[in-house]
Write a protein that binds this ligand. Structure first.
Ligand code: SF4
Length: 328
């Protein structure tokens, strides 16, 4: 059998995942398992670029991995690992930092945005160097593709530049990875803004049927539909954005027509959505629950995956150290 091309991606361990995380990344990770040699990791060192108290990270990692497994990541087919269990990433980051101009890092859009949005007066080196650590994460495994949304594409471009720069300085060690752009559907939260844990408007993969119902029923709709008799516009309604994801075309069209003609009320429309969104989410939740009840099994999956990943990392670092020629 031909060797499968390798895909690598990571997530920060921020606890339970919501529908936006699932539809924006995880569902795609699950699909990629069919065609690629997939490496997925918990980017726990990256959390330290935000804050120094990371005592919640071990539990958050278990919760996140329960969602991974519940959504269908298969540890027999994919290597699931924890970044900080593989210290070789730090060594490669250090060596990359020797060939990377500071100006390359300063122009990364996410760095500039975070400094401006969070008004960080004195950014740490870790924050500046975080895309370089990402480059080390990717190049360590010589990944062919990195599945990311458009906002992360500049990080992969930086990774390609770093690979070229290293190869020019020390010899050809690293292939240049390509972006595999992930189509990210619009996933509104219950208040109509982008779904986000920090807004408190999210629907978690772990949520029970009752909780999802309780979140969807009062969800924000087209503000022009104040009364049942007012016609609405599905194209500006966040509930309809969820219909586009979950509801088959015939039922979706019926809802759109009913909305425009005031033939149905918003609660009727939400019931149709719930009919279609609850079964797939229920299947994920049930599978997730069987893992969540056995955190030791999740830990074993991550430790075993990290052991497998580390073998590759050690092999890469042997090549890297030979190329750098630092040792006698
Ligand atoms: S009927 Fe449906 S699409 Fe129309 S405003 Fe209400 S919830 Fe939104």
């Amino acid at each position: 059998m031909a060797t499968r091309e390798r895909v690598l991606s990571g997530m920060r361990p921020s606890g339970r995942l919501h529908l936006g995380n699932y539809l924006g990344a995880l569902a795609n990770w699950v699909k990629l398992q069919d065609d690629y040699d997939c490496f997925y990791f918990s980017a726990d060192w990256h959390v330290l670029t935000d804050r120094n108290d990371v005592s919640d990270v071990p539990q958050a990692t278990i919760e996140m991995a329960a969602d991974w497994l519940g959504a269908g990541l298969d540890p027999q087919r994919s290597t699931l690992f924890i970044q900080s269990l593989i210290p070789e990433h730090a060594e490669l980051h250090l060596l990359f930092s020797m060939v990377t101009p500071v100006s390359w890092l300063e122009r990364v859009p996410t760095y500039r945005e975070r400094i401006e949005q969070q008004e960080i007066a004195s950014p740490s080196y870790g924050l500046l160097g975080y895309p370089l650590l990402q480059s080390a994460d990717i190049l360590m495994y010589k990944a062919r593709y990195v599945p990311v949304g458009i906002d992360q594409a500049p990080h992969v471009e930086l990774t390609r530049e770093v690979a070229r720069r290293f190869n020019n300085a020390f010899g050809p060690v690293f292939p240049e990875p390509d972006v595999k752009l992930t189509e990210i559907p619009k996933v509104p939260g219950t208040d109509g803004r982008k779904m986000s844990k920090s807004y408190g408007n999210d629907i978690e993969l772990a949520d029970s049927t009752e909780t999802i119902r309780a979140k969807v029923r009062p969800m924000v709709t087209d503000p022009a539909r104040k009364r049942r008799s007012d016609p609405g516009n599905p194209e500006i309604c966040p509930v309809f954005d969820l219909h586009k994801i979950f509801t088959p075309a015939a039922d979706r069209e019926a809802c759109a027509t009913g909305c425009r003609t005031a033939g149905i009320g918003c609660l009727d429309c939400k019931e149709v959505l719930l009919k279609h969104m609850l079964p797939p989410l229920g299947a994920i939740r049930e599978r997730r629950q069987t893992y969540a009840e056995k955190p030791d099994v999740i830990r074993e999956v991550l430790v075993e995956g990290s052991r497998r990943a580390r073998v590759i990392a050690q092999h890469t670092m042997t090549e890297v150290r030979a190329a750098v020629k630092l040792l006698p």
